[in-house]
Write a protein that binds this ligand. Structure first.
Ligand SMILES: NC(=O)C1=CN([C@@H]2O[C@H](COP(=O)(O)OP(=O)(O)OC[C@H]3O[C@@H](n4cnc5c(N)ncnc54)[C@H](O)[C@@H]3O)[C@@H](O)[C@H]2O)C=CC1
Ligand code: BAL
Length: 501
């Protein structure tokens, strides 16, 4: 466990930080071709942090050309997997050496609490990079069942130049979920961080260069969705795109692909994830801790947030009492104060969006919270509501938990399933058979039993229904996105026309 510092110590580190500002293309830091910049701000204070290169289509073209050249000449793609492993392990080691700086940078840029950055985001990011590095020289190709007359090999090859488009809610961790397997597999990467959160990605680029990653293999193009994301999605020389973000933007990437070169598209999208508590659940303090963590971790800005509590009537009052007590311990305030668990929302625009849901909550039964604490900061809020209310149906992506009361296991599963999304779900019951029946019935990519979570790097993460498709992040299955299978069929018959020398 990381030893946390005091707020003053974190502020002193923050005051000494130099912010990376330029895009990283073909192994060099460069301004945008247009010379334009945009301001990245600290969501906790509204203060400007840095002027970042506002790239456009010309920069995307340069990054894709660099990635293509690197891929084709094999400087990375054709290295022995063990050599790629060593470079990525050096990157992980450098990230570890700079872990505290990365945590402070992440907190300043995204408004995430330093507690989360120090204990989850940064250590898990490093772990994910290491895990994929360690995996890559242990994946074997296959030989198909064969007659004596042929051998058929099934080999995995890196897919080529990949576009990675990131969200702002877990800037480092989503970077690791995508570059970990993509680089390990031998792909060349053009990555677009979210406009709100570019700083840690650029710092990782510096560390990757120091670790010896060859030029052109990892390119980071900073800027807006329209100016960078769209040209990347439409680029004819990008072989696949892996995107995490909203369902609306994910849908655009399918159109970009259809309109350009039919690049593969992997989408990890939104969620409105149910947390079902049945009336035989035990240890309600532990259940409440999971419910609160599921709903309010990262200010609820989490695609797998357990944002819908579906509770059986017989246990509702006892559970909500515990949930109230637990939520009271989630202090709201300065994200650089390690005692705080709730910081600001990522941006003014996102705060305004979540505030509009807070306004809608005022006409419902607010059980906990319901207030703006200060500009940008919303307190953990719990609202009892009808199953079909706007609050219970739409992805809010903020610290607002809805509660819907049900009378039976069957009704709980029906309410939980009544959503266009299918990313994650939780079910709490002391009856193992009911819990497992529920887990099987819920249509979601990850179902946790008697806990809230996303699994870990060993387990696939991705959605059913409109929460995404095309592949999974994490686990050995993440490599399916970044590789393609080639069949090599060898005829062994003694035939002059086809015989191999
Ligand atoms: N599934 C998830 O993890 C996330 C879900 N969201 C949801 O999306 C809502 C809106 O947040 P946004 O930041 O606007 O998400 P977004 O999906 O628009 O942004 C994600 C990424 O896509 C890029 N992008 C945006 N518009 C694009 C376009 N037209 N073409 C290509 N790339 C584009 C962005 O610059 C960013 O890098 C949030 O309120 C939340 O509900 C947001 C972030 C992450
Ligand atoms: N929680 C990991 C994926 C996401 O929220 O974007």
């Amino acid at each position: 466990m990381t030893d946390l510092l005091t707020t003053e110590e974190y502020k002193s580190i923050a005051a000494g930080l130099a912010f990376p500002k330029l895009a990283f293309i073909d192994g060099e830091f460069r301004p945008a071709a247009s010379g334009k910049t945009f301001t990245t701000t600290n969501p906790a204070t509204g203060d400007a942090l840095a002027e970042i290169a506002a790239c456009g289509a010309q920069d995307v073209d340069a990054a894709v050309a660099a990635a293509r050249a690197a891929f084709e000449d094999g400087r990375w793609s054709r290295l022995h997997p063990g050599e790629r492993k060593e470079t990525l392990l050096r990157l992980a080691a450098l990230m570890q050496e700079n872990a505290r700086e990365l945590a402070v940078l992440e907190s300043l840029d995204a408004g995430k609490t330093i507690f989360d950055c120090e204990t989850v985001d940064v250590p898990e990011t490093i772990h994910v990079i290491k895990w994929h590095a360690e995996l890559i020289d242990k994946i074997y190709d296959q030989v198909s069942p064969a007659s004596d007359n042929h051998i058929a090999m099934v080999v995995r090859e890196p897919v080529g130049v990949v576009g990675l488009v990131l969200p702002w809610n877990f800037p480092l961790l989503m970077l690791a979920w995508k570059i970990g397997p993509a680089l390990a597999a031998g792909c060349s990467v053009v990555m677009k961080p979210a406009g709100e959160t570019t700083l840690t990605a650029l710092r990782v680029a510096e560390l990757a260069a120091e670790a010896g990653l060859p030029a052109g293999v990892l390119n980071i193009v900073t800027g807006s969705g329209r100016e960078v994301g769209e040209p990347l999605g439409r680029h004819p020389d990008v072989d696949m795109v892996s995107f995490t973000g909203s369902t609306v933007t994910g849908r655009r990437f399918l159109n970009y692909s259809a309109d350009s070169n039919l690049k593969e598209v992997v989408l990890e999208l939104g969620g409105k994830n149910p947390c079902v508590v049945l009336d035989d659940a035990e240890d309600l303090e532990a259940v409440a801790a999971h419910v609160v963590n599921g709903a309010f971790w990262n200010m609820g800005q989490n695609c797998s947030a357990g944002s819908r509590l579906i509770v059986q009537r017989g246990i509702k009052d006892r559970l909500l009492e515990k949930v109230r007590e637990e939520a009271a311990g989630w202090l709201v305030g300065d994200p650089l104060d390690p005692a705080n668990r709730v910081g600001p929302l990522v941006s003014k625009a996102h705060f305004d969006k979540v505030s509009s849901y807070l306004d809608a909550a005022k006409s419902e039964n607010v059980l906990v919270g319901g207030n703006v604490v200060s500009p940008g900061f919303i307190e953990p809020t719990i609202v009892e509501t009808a199953r079909d209310s706007k609050l219970a149906v739409e992805e809010i992506f903020g610290p607002i938990l809805t509660v819907v009361v049900v009378d039976s296991f069957e009704e709980a599963i029906a309410v939980a399933s009544d959503t266009e999304y299918g990313l994650a779900a939780s079910i709490f019951s002391a009856n193992g058979k009911r819990a497992l029946r529920g887990a099987r019935a819920l249509r979601a990519g990850t179902v946790t039993v008697n806990s809230f979570g996303e699994g870990d790097v060993t387990t696939p993460f991705g959605g059913y229904k409109q929460s995404g498709f095309g592949g999974r992040d994490n686990s050995v299955h993440a490599h399916d996105q970044y590789t393609q299978l080639k069949t090599i069929w060898i005829d062994l018959t003694d035939n002059a026309d086809t015989a191999l020398d």
